[in-house]
Design a protein around this ligand. Structure first.
Ligand code: ADP
Ligand code: ASP
Ligand code: MG
Length: 470
């Protein structure tokens, strides 16, 4: 067995948690590839730094830069790496960050292209990987080989949510990863979230993208393994909770970990908002036999969740998810709705503005869709949409999804949902609780939009009804 282990932000967040990573890696000779995220909160800080840089708020930029620098130098010190090569390497990345800031410190007139943003946001992983690699070199018997993700994860130039180019990735894994992880006691460590175009320009895979990196590497290894070594590949996602739960345990205290889950249900869960997995994580692995485990770095004795390749046929709700910050765009009094190509016009327009849509409903006279991130709906988009129809935008909505198998076969699935919505609506004096509803094509999800003020209450109630009964 060859295991790819990904450690998330909280797992690399403190000296103690990095110790835990070393314990996990040292105890398992089959872990051959380690993927690390930035330390928890660092990517957010880099995003905030960029925001202030653009606004010309240089005092704030300096404060954030100093905090990032201190946090990582403290980690180097607390892990006694001051005299190791990791100390100098971390210092180099900090200087690169400083250099990037100085190159744009001219205020609002600077060049803030999407590629600049990606090269800045990726620095969190470039810092953490050096620290974890330094610690693993000291604390384990393994031969640690650091490979830059930008040399392996080749993507298109869709900055901010780049799409991987799988054949190039596979070739890079064959030449740059496989020889080292197949060597006796060999271990390759790399950054999650990052990639680069064929021209070597930095890209990122979207927030939370380290899970996706690990899945892409597991996929490439799985494609290569049978050819060369007949190896079973396993992907491990190490995080701060003991697996995938029936709902986000931060919202629903009664949520419980699911022991097993099918690929399709897990993929829907990730797509519809369960932050524990990046939405695209399962996609490279849907047609493989790679075992996927979600486990807790801070409670290694707990079993975690196994995501299996086998599909379940049982009709049941397995989990409830929440996606925040949704905006509902309604196009009504559509000009020439009956003509063919109307929806194509809308989607072509949204594609030209790089806006992705989650949830669409249409009727004879109107079409609605949801967009994550209101800031995408700027004046230019709205002007163009207004050429097609009257445009109405509602913000501050949340998408609640019930995820499971064969949902259409559950008798009276909608009854409890509508009762719950009606009760909560009355309690909160809300006239329109439900804004839009939709049954997924694969019958794995039923999703509906509600006001963000009551979304968590709705999840608590639905969880109680569907997932706490037995
Ligand atoms: P990491 O930094 O390890 O990638 P994330 O913060 O991205 O961790 O994901 C873990 C978090 O996902 C958990 O702390 C939990 O609050 C949240 N989460 C949301 N939905 C679920 C769910 N269904 N099961 C488990 N965790 C969930
Ligand atoms: N550091 C990145 C983020 O915060 C990627 C990740 O954590 O997976 O989004
Ligand atoms: Mg994550």
């Amino acid at each position: 067995m060859l295991k790819v282990a990904k450690f998330g932000g909280t797992s690399v967040g403190t000296a103690e948690s990095i110790h835990k990573i070393a314990t996990i890696v040292a105890a398992d000779p089959e872990i051959a590839v380690v993927v690390v995220s930035a330390t928890a909160g660092t990517t957010n800080q880099l995003q905030e730094l960029l925001h202030n840089l653009k606004a010309g708020s240089l005092d704030k930029v300096k404060t954030i830069f100093t905090a990032i620098k201190k946090r990582h130098l403290d980690l180097v010190h607390n892990l006694s790496l001051d005299k190791e090569r990791a100390a100098a390497e971390v210092q180099e990345v900090i200087s690169a960050l400083e250099h990037l800031i100085l190159s744009r410190a001219g205020g609002p007139t600077g060049d803030y292209s999407d590629s600049f943003r990606d090269s800045l946001l990726g620095l969190g992983e470039k810092l953490s990987v050096l620290i974890v690699a330094g610690h693993l070199r000291k604390q384990t018997q393994k031969k640690i080989h650091y490979v830059r993700a930008e040399e392996v994860i080749i993507t298109d130039d869709c900055f901010g949510c780049a799409n991987p180019l799988s054949s190039l990735i596979q070739e890079n894994v064959r030449t740059k990863i496989l020889p080292y992880c197949m060597a006796t006691s060999g271990l390759v460590i790399t950054e999650g979230y990052l990639g680069a175009t064929v021209d070597g320009i930095s890209t990122t895979l979207g927030r939370g993208g380290s899970d996706y990196t690990a899945a892409l590497l597991a996929r490439a290894l799985d494609d290569l393994a049978p050819e060369q070594f007949q190896l079973q590949i396993q992907l491990q996602i190490w995080t701060d909770v003991s697996g995938i739960f029936t709902a986000d345990p931060r919202i629903v205290p009664a949520a419980r970990p699911l022991r097993q889950l099918s690929r399709f249900v897990a993929a829907e869960l990730a797509y519809w908002g369960a932050k524990v997995l990046h939405p695209a994580t399962l996609l490279p692995l849907l047609d493989t036999n790679v075992d996927i485990w979600v486990k807790n770095t801070f409670a290694t004795e707990e079993e975690g969740t196994l995501i299996q390749s086998k599909n379940s046929t049982e009709s049941k709700v397995e989990a409830i998810t929440l996606r925040r910050a949704q905006s509902l765009v309604t196009l009504s009094r559509v000009k020439r709705h009956d003509t063919y190509g109307f929806l194509a016009k809308i989607f072509n327009l949204l594609t030209s503005f790089k806006i992705s849509v989650d949830h669409v409903t249409t009727s004879e006279i109107s079409t609605s869709f949801t967009v994550y991130d209101t800031s995408l709906l700027d004046t230019a988009v709205i002007e163009k949409l207004s050429e097609l129809a009257e445009v109405q935008i509602e913000n501050n909505l949340c998408l609640v999804s019930m995820i499971g198998n064969n949902l259409i076969e559950i008798q009276d699935l909608l009854g409890p949902i509508s009762k719950t919505l009606a009760l909560i609506g009355q309690r909160h004096n809300h006239k329109y609780v439900l804004r839009s509803m939709y049954l997924g094509a694969g019958s794995n999800n039923i999703s509906f939009l509600v006001d963000e003020k009551i979304a968590e209450t709705i999840i608590l109630e639905l969880h109680r009804y569907y997932l706490e009964k037995c």
